[in-house]
Design a protein around this ligand. Sequence first.
Ligand code: ADP
Length: 444
Amino acid sequence: MLLRRFERERKARKQAEGLLEKKSLELFNANKELRELANDQERLIEQRTGQLVKARDEAIQANRHKSDFLSRMSHELRTPMNAILGFSQLLESDPAHPLSEDQHENLSEIMKAGRHLLELINEVLDLSKIEAGKLELMPEEVSPTELMEECLLLIKPMAEQKDIRLINHLEKMPACLLYADRMRLKQVLLNLLSNAVKYNHDLGSVEIEPPEVVEKHLRICIRDTGPGIAADALPRLFEPFSRVSNDSGIEGTGIGLTISKLLMEMMGGHIGVESKPGKGSRFWIDVSCGDAATNTAESKKPAEESPQRIDAGVSTEKAFTLLYVEDNPANLKLVKLLMKRRGDNRLLEAENAELGLEMALARRPDIILMDLQLPGMSGIEALQKLRATAEIASIPTIALSANAMPADIQRGLDAGFDAYLTKPIKVVELMDTLDGVLANPRVQ
Ligand code: ADP
């Protein structure tokens, strides 16, 4: 009896052991499969991540190529624009052949479209440079009051045309200095101020609210009494080419705010907007700032120190000689006509820098006007040679170039040009610069 029980139990134990072994084998196999699956997954994820990184790098590269292309295109477009706007200005005010009223109107349309196209080219150029990571900022200490005063002065004529009141509270400006690229910050402020005037009603107002410092940033708010912007349009405002208000008839490109946002971000600041249809808009920027008490820049007067003082309206008694170094026939012709009309000068022409230097030595002109992108020796190299040649080292030399980015201008001035003008030629600016250089000749 006992034996039988023992035998039954042994059998049952054996069965249980067999079952356990079978289950553990199943478990082992399942585990193995799971591990292989996990490994496969890991390999798949790695492979996919590699593909995504490659696709992202390719997209970044493609975007750079696109921006490079746009940047070069825009530069090429500026040259013919120079001829279009330059010759239009010449036609507009030709005392020998005055235009009829109709012709005048048609010409204004050409010039208006030309200026619009130029603005578009400049903004696309800016945007593509930022996107290609090629925009260099030159941060410095900036007095907010001085900067705002300059901007208001520039905006005033535009506001007066629409009888718009400009209100500011600059007397309440906190004692601080901004840390930003002066020229670029001015570009952002001018964009916001000109929008506040452009998209406003006649007899409206634009108010710069009392600026305040919040978390080491100066907040400058610009409020207008325009038609405002619908809530669903606000998110699109900073995207390129989005014109959201009822803009018919108002000139614009739809890129200004996109550039402003990118510039503010590059300078470590922010830009924002609040608006209600019918109640106007309020755009603000936050600019990094520090305590003015620890700085002396506030007390400096940059205008008095500027090496480029332009003394408009000064005219010369005797004829002066201008040497123009330029390879583009249309530009040459334009300056020739402008100088002929001006009348108090002799113009010498050289189509490349090598010839220009020879002519400078032989003829000793009073001023040299130098294109920068020349076949062979560049304008900058020519200036270096000029400054290193004692007989002609002190001839005032003005750069005239289609490279219009602030960094290009700074490079030109750093190289030693007495002034840097950008194409398309602005007749008044060219004449004022010549007057300024003639009135303040270089000291030998
Ligand atoms: P632009 O003025 O050249 O068209 P912006 O990028 O500066 O380009 O502005 C984009 C759009 O945002 C404008 O076309 C306009 O529709 C809208 N906008 C900008 N500022 C204002 C404003 N102060 N009031 C109403 N709409 C505005």
